[in-house]
Design a protein around this ligand. Structure first.
Ligand code: UDP
Length: 316
């Protein structure tokens, strides 16, 4: 692909920063935008001397214009349950006004556009595994609604800019993803269990651990997203790893990978915690020739050094 000028919102986040790395490696120039509400500058520190990268500390809920852009990747949002419940109104704003403002940039410059949507659009799903044609089972007023409904509004906005304004848009529905640069304190299951195991603390299972998730390693996810960004597909595409684990199995795998002998303890299940989640990736396979390659065990091993370094940097 010829070298292009690419805007990445949420660039200092877990996925945003990995996306910047891949785009730069492909020869593009990248303008990263982040208001650092949940992003972390340390994720971009290695790009300090990269001429083709710049970072602007900016809140996308206000209209903005950074000049000619060829492609927009909209990855700005608090994303972990503890972050988006702490930043509820901010999450609603970035997923509504923020999305519209980034779509306006794409429209103005005739740029391509890819929005980071989520398996949360399916809520606590009654259809399993989740296919893109399933409309979801979402509580519009529960604790997760600030995230779920913002992401669902964003999908509607993206489709509207495609239909009414002819913007070349793409929607990826991202399932649980893990790897280096996950914030060690973001409260997510992989980060919590890794940090707990490495510190010899008990692993905290919420509920009885029978709820399931399907975990995708970050490099697989970014590969799928880049393929989608180059495809002619406008409707949502699931990107995730269909290997489904109960949370109890996940805890045991993390004990095995870390060699920790922590006990497993049980806490109450948060309200509206989805009971199961697994992507049907038939569309991704057919449209993009994509499927994940990295098994959970291998991905956890690849993440070990990162989590160990986090603990050294910030002891309990
Ligand atoms: N979970 C858990 N212990 C933890 C953190 C999370 O049992 O310390 C559970 C959580 O209740 C949920 C699953 O792990 O069922 C995944 O939670 P996460 O916050 O990673 O993301 P979600 O998929 O719910 O958005």
């Amino acid at each position: 692909m010829m070298s292009r000028n690419i805007l990445v919102t949420g660039a200092a986040g877990f996925l945003g920063s990995h996306l910047c790395d891949s785009l730069l490696a492909a020869g593009h120039s990248v303008i990263g935008v982040d208001n650092l509400s949940t992003g972390n500058l340390a994720n971009l520190q290695h790009l300090d001397r990269e001429d083709r990268f710049s970072l602007l500390e900016k809140d996308i809920t206000k209209p903005f214009d950074l000049g000619k852009i060829d492609y927009v990747f909209n990855f700005a949002s608090p994303a972990s349950p503890i972050d988006y419940t702490r930043l509820g109104v901010e999450t609603l704003l970035v997923g509504s006004a923020g999305t519209i403002n980034t779509l306006d940039v794409a429209r103005k410059y005739g740029a391509g556009y890819l929005h980071a949507s989520t398996s949360e659009c399916y809520g606590d799903p009654e259809v399993h595994p989740q296919v893109e044609s399933y409309w979801g089972h979402v509580n519009p007023v529960g604790p997760r609604s600030v995230y779920d409904e913002a992401k669902r509004f964003s999908e509607a906005a993206v489709m509207a800019y495609h239909r009414y304004h002819g913007v070349d848009t793409h929607l990826v529905r991202i399932f649980n993803t893990y790897g280096p640069r996950l914030q060690p304190n973001d409260g997510r299951v992989i980060s919590n269990f890794m940090v707990q195991a490495l510190q010899g603390e008990p692993l905290t299972i919420y509920g009885d651990g029978s709820q399931t998730r399907s975990f995708c390693y970050v490099s697989d996810l970014i590969d799928g997203i880049l393929r989608l960004s180059r495809s002619p597909e406008h409707f949502p595409v699931n990107i995730g790893n269909p290997d489904e684990w109960t949370i109890l199995e996940c805890a045991r795998e993390i004990l095995s990978v870390t060699g920790a002998r922590s006990e497993i303890i049980f806490h109450p299940l948060p309200q509206d915690d989805p009971t199961r989640r697994r992507p049907d990736i038939t569309r991704a396979k057919e449209l993009l020739g994509w499927e994940p390659k990295i098994k959970l065990r291998h991905g956890l091993e690849k993440s070990l050094e990162y989590f160990k370094a986090c603990i050294v940097a910030r002891p309990a």
